[in-house]
Design a binder for this molecule. Sequence first.
Ligand code: HSE
Length: 443
Amino acid sequence: LPCARARTEGETVPVDSCALVHPAPSAAAALRIGLLGLGQVGAAVAARVPALAPGGRRLTIAAALVRDPASRQRPEGIPIVTRIDDVFARRPDVIVEVLGGVEPARTLVLEAIARRIPIVTANKSLLAHCGDELLAAARLAGVPLRCEASVVAGLPFLSSIARRHAFRSSLVSFSGIVNGTTNFVLSRMEGTGADYDAALDEARRRGFAEPDPTSDVQGIDALEKLVVLLRHLVPASVDPRAIEVDGIVAVTADDLRRARGLGGTIKPVVHAAWGAGGLEAFAGPAFVPREHPLARLEGVTNGVALRDRSGHSLLFAGPGAGPDVTAATILDDVAAALDAVTERPVEAERREASHGRVAAPATGWLITLDGSRPLPSGPEVADLLGSCGVWIERAVYERGDTAGPASFLTYACSRDRVQAAMRAIEAAACCRASAWRALRGDA
Ligand code: HSE
């Protein structure tokens, strides 16, 4: 692939060793950010910029692109524009994309890459749905594309792992809590006995939940972050539509109480495991035993527990969202992207992401039974589950005998088997049966 600058005329080099072709900013000039989006995160980036001086250089916002200039409070001294050409006309050294969503972000980022402008994005939807396309374009152009703030935004996580090739190669699985809103909601439901609506209202009042939290509570936000994690940690390129996803809407305070009775809690997790048998992953609420590293992450805290093939586990935990921590991480990415432009060749991904299939794993399950009519007895439930190939590992009967409300932890089995078992139980007795995946204690 041709590398047009810093080479003698006509000479070509492979892209992996290609010095950047974007013009290096001059020593005297301020470094200019083209900011795409001026929502909460964009405004937090703008507010921090005058204070930041990577490598002793001044950093300015060349222009901020918004859809509707009337709907925004304009940060002082920042040119607001509504056309991408007006951003490019101000010759930005780096583009920071915080629009969210796939379009127009995808088109604008591709235009910037075509102009060989480094990209920093916090947009997990964009990366989950168009990551292959954008990374291929960036690599072809020899342009850095950095996305540290797209998942667990307050932690220096993705780039730390990406640099540690030997460590990353030893990994076999991870489990994470990557959505603060839903971790807050389930933590409040467990801690106070509040129902789902009351806990979500509190999250809204305290500014933790978006005005429209649909993507959070349906698991979509976590699913998109899972796809970003798979690319960095496996590395695998996976279509988000191929991954099992569940929301937290159906989790009740009673389910959480029963999970506690079985020695754990229910958390909004993402999980993946890989090896010779292929890649397995899911996103959704899951029973997490008390000894699991994620069990102690409360409220809006995020975390990712990595496990290597020797069974060692490592937990990264901290704030996963919020305009201030996200803006700080974005500006570190800006500094790293500009550093790459001025000092180093583009750090290319040596291990290509595989384009594999992803399967739903066989896991244990937490099954809860509820209802006002007489429930099947414990032995009857065990027979029904067993007839579907689902075997009970542990049971709690709330009235002390084997009749009445009960909850069970099962041995690992497929979702299909559990769903068949749920149908069998609900047909045999007028009760509500719920099933949540269960993680093991060792991550
Ligand atoms: N809505 C997201 C969360 C914001 O609650 O974690 C950060 O992506």
